[in-house]
Design a protein around this ligand. Structure first.
Ligand SMILES: *Cc1c(COP(=O)(O)O)cnc(C)c1O
Length: 363
């Protein structure tokens, strides 16, 4: 028997064991074809059935309206940082970015390398601890889209609302948020999510895009593989897509359905996060300085008052089967990622360890 640990890594991150086992069982012979899913052509009837099923299940889970396309694209989330300005900005237009953490900051920088983009608001000077008041945001004229990151994975910040944009298309990087909470798709022009946080293995990015945005013909021409329009026209099958990642994503969508859907997982995710924050708020040994109004429910960032104990904390945690708790290298500290696959027992186990560690190191 293997001993699987609780994986608190932010990404690639924990997947439900049931899915990994299923994939293992089917690995050599998928659907009685006598070949592995890794060896199956992406245009075979079996794979086409899989990708259709995956799309339908995702549509069901998120209530995606018919005027939205669902794309399964090869490449990482950061590829979207470039695709978005390349596809949507004409030379005389600009895009506005809400900068609330490292990922939205990087997305803005990439857009500025390629086209014209500006910052609507930023909390960078305060080290990303809150979301600046919307009354102070400045959305300029001639803004083609507004971009934001509903959950900042590195900084542990979550928007508790969807930003208002006065009809300007809203674009969201939901890499660490998609399927962790219900969303109203109609409020967005485009949503994307790298798969490795909460959906499948790394290398797949899911894009949900409203059809009228495909009509914004970019000038100059966008490279074929980076064109949303071409990808949508070919149902993501213009070139070979990441077959195995789609296979895992399909299983994940089924798994979410079996758990009771996104609403139910959101309810559990809130409980998991509340439990951990409650513990953090009850002790002086650990601290978290994120504005409580905008605390992430899936990436819980905190630190030890005595930073010298951090390495020992991480070492002992790992010995206890609490894996990958180290904070992102850019912000340090500790980060516990509690995506859909993390059970409550993992959170309980973490809190138990944390309180023991605090007791032993308090005197
Ligand atoms: C992890 C992450 C990314 C970057 O993902 P890559 O697939 O490595 O490019 C971008 N945005 C958010 C919100 C993330 O959590």
């Amino acid at each position: 028997m293997t001993t699987r640990v609780y994986n608190f890594g932010a990404g690639p991150s924990m997947l439900p064991e049931a899915i990994l086992k299923e994939a293992q069982e089917e690995f050599l012979d998928w659907q009685n074809l006598g070949v592995s899913v890794l060896e199956v052509g992406h245009r075979t009837p079996e794979f086409l059935a899989l990708i259709n099923h995956a799309e339908q299940t995702l549509r069901e889970l998120l209530f995606i309206p018919q005027n939205y396309h669902v794309l399964f694209l090869g490449g990482v989330a950061r590829t979207q940082f470039a695709m978005i300005p390349m596809n949507f900005l004409h030379p005389d237009e600009q895009a506005g970015y809400l900068v609330t953490g490292i990922w939205s900051h990087m997305a803005l920088c990439e857009a500025q390398h390629l086209k014209k983009a500006y910052c609507i608001t930023s909390d960078e000077q305060n080290g990303y601890k809150t979301i600046p008041n919307p009354k102070k945001w400045i959305i300029k004229e001639n803004t083609s889209y507004v971009y934001y990151t509903p959950n900042e994975t590195v900084n542990g910040i979550r928007f508790p609302y969807v930003p208002k944009t006065n009809g300007i298309p809203l674009i969201a990087d939901m890499t660490s948020a998609l399927l962790t909470e219900p969303i109203d798709i109609k409020q967005f022009g485009l949503i994307f999510a790298g798969a490795q946080k909460n959906i499948a293995n790394a290398g797949l990015t899911i894009v949900i895009i409203r059809d009228d945005l495909l009509e914004r013909m970019p000038i100059p021409h966008v490279p074929t593989m980076l064109s949303y329009k071409i990808q949508a026209e070919h149902h993501s099958l213009y070139a070979t897509l990441p077959v195995f990642n789609c296979y895992l994503a399909d299983k994940m969508f089924d798994w979410i359905k079996k758990q009771g859907g996104v609403e139910e997982l959101y309810r559990i995710n809130c409980q998991k996060a509340a439990k951990l924050y409650q513990y953090l708020d009850s002790t002086d040994f650990y601290t978290t300085d994120i504005d409580p109004e905008v605390r992430s429910i899936v990436n819980i960032c905190f630190s030890l008052k005595n930073k010298n104990l951090e390495n020992e904390f991480l070492r002992l945690a790992q010995l206890r089967g609490l894996y990958a708790l180290k904070g992102h290298r850019l912000v340090g500290g500790i980060r516990a990622s509690l995506y859909n696959a993390m059970p409550m027992a993992g959170v309980d186990s973490l809190i138990e360890f944390m309180s023991e560690f605090a007791k032993e190191n308090s005197r």
